[in-house]
Design a binder for this molecule. Structure first.
Ligand code: FAD
Ligand code: UDP
Length: 386
């Protein structure tokens, strides 16, 4: 006997849940989501750890968007906690303001300065490149070699195990560089976290679907396919895996997270560094571009605004991808794009399947972009372009 649905959705991350919510509530379709992990939310999943601290389990997830439509869509399921995401960089034995701005410039020259002086300094140091083609060029063409080597080169080598020259310009190009005192890490208009966390927001999306939606956790879709009948599949897993790696595996970077928690008593001696009680470090994220093996330490309690005596920090170590490891990052580079193109052509020839999300389209997409992609795909497959 088989189980009948209108849609089979593989993956309960932002892409799969957005598609499911729209198909169930707007179009009355019956959907099954099959998720191999033991929780919803994909990489945006958050939860309270054993110390009562709300953490982002798969690395920090800073929601941001320039799209009023995407904000409005998600606002049906959450209120927002506005955050000006601010981070620091730590190298040469001290903290630096980061992304590079006038404050960083003053730290470098060791005295007060002005935007005009900084612009002049940058003018003298930057390398003239009209059309930066890679991540090295995009940074040296804005700030020159010295700042590139201090803040970008080592971090990028650690994170991607590739030289910045061998990565698309968009990778380092997404970090803003400013000559004013704007300290925010991100450029987008709207920057906020779901007030009660991502997982609560995802639960509300699922609740909205009522009995139109079935959810199977801890299940690989391949194991249930023989028992299912459906009209259309929405696939949000890795595209190479869908096609049994027939052209070879796409390159990915993985991560290892190391969590450490502290009680209020243990934090007292850190106050000289963190600057306030209840925190371990002075910002929500500190980047380590050089000596250390990890790339960043995240103390997300700074951003969530949670009132909690304990705190948890997470050290993030880049890792090779392989058996038993998660494919966290597609690698934005020309060789990977060429291999992806072959899979994309194969996907275009596949009838009755939509490939959406970060892994199925092999794009270094942010959450809002994935939501936008899922909304657009639902419009397309239901023939309701707006
Ligand atoms: P995913 O969240 O990966 O969901 C796909 C789901 O499919 C997973 O749950 C997976 O288990 C499931 N799946 C895969 N294969 C199968 C199978 N065979 N059977 C069943 N289920 C399967 N974005 C931002 O906007 N801001 C940030 O600050 C930010 N920080 C990030 C930090 C890190 C460390 C990482 C890795 C990503 C970050 N992102 C950030 C990106 C964000 O995570 C993604 O844009 C978003 O989560 C992608 O959603 P998705 O549904 O496409 O993929
Ligand atoms: N980057 C860097 N130094 C930093 C921060 C970022 O060189 O201090 C580069 C690095 O290549 C990184 C990319 O910029 O992968 C994008 O950084 P972001 O913090 O946006 O990465 P994500 O949060 O997606 O891992």
């Amino acid at each position: 006997m088989s189980w009948k649905f209108d849609y089979l959705i593989v993956g309960a991350g932002f892409a799969g849940l957005t598609a499911a919510e729209r198909l169930c509530t707007q179009f009355g379709k019956r959907c099954l989501i099959v998720e191999k992990r033991n929780h919803i939310g994909g990489n945006a999943y958050d939860c309270y750890d054993d110390h009562g601290v709300l953490i982002h389990n798969y690395g920090p997830h800073y929601f941001r968007t320039n799209s009023p439509r995407i904000k409005e869509y998600l606002s049906q399921f959450t209120e927002w906690h506005p955050v000006d995401y601010a981070i620091l960089s730590y190298t040469e034995g001290r903290f630096w303001n980061f992304p590079i701005n006038l404050n960083t410039f003053e730290q470098i020259i060791g005295r007060e300065s002005t935007s005009e002086e900084m612009e002049k300094w940058l003018e003298e140091h930057r390398v003239t490149i009209n059309n930066p083609k890679n991540s090295e060029e995009v940074i040296i063409s804005q700030v020159g070699w010295e700042l590139y080597e201090k803040f970008f080169k080592g971090y990028t080598l650690k994170q991607w195990k590739r030289h910045p020259k061998d990565l698309d310009a968009s990778v380092c190009g997404r970090i803003p560089i400013r000559t004013n005192r704007d300290d925010r890490y991100l450029k987008e208009d709207f920057q906020a976290l779901p007030k009660a966390g991502y997982t609560r927001m995802f639960e509300r999306m699922i609740d909205a679907c009522g009995d139109k939606l079935h959810l199977l956790l801890k299940t690989n879709y391949r194991d249930v396919m023989p028992h299912l009948e459906f009209d259309h599949m929405i696939y949000t897993g890795p595209i190479d895996e869908y096609f049994d790696d027939c052209y070879g595996q796409l390159p990915y970077r993985s991560l290892r997270f190391e969590n450490e928690s502290f009680t209020p008593e243990e934090l007292v001696e850190r106050e000289t560094i963190s600057g306030k009680p209840g925190f371990w470090q002075p910002a929500m994220q500190v980047n380590y571009p050089n000596e250390e093996e990890f790339t960043r330490i995240v103390e997300v309690k700074h951003a969530t605004g949670q009132l909690c005596g304990n705190t948890t920090i997470v050290r993030e170590y880049p890792d090779d991808f392989g058996p038993g490891k998660e494919a966290y990052y597609p690698i934005p580079a020309p060789d990977a794009a060429a291999l992806y193109k072959r899979y994309k052509e194969k996907a275009d020839g596949e009838s009755g399947v939509s490939f959406i999300g970060r892994l199925a389209t092999y794009r270094y997409y942010n959450m809002d972009q994935v939501v936008g992609m899922a909304l657009a795909e639902v419009s397309k497959i239901t023939g309701t372009y707006d």
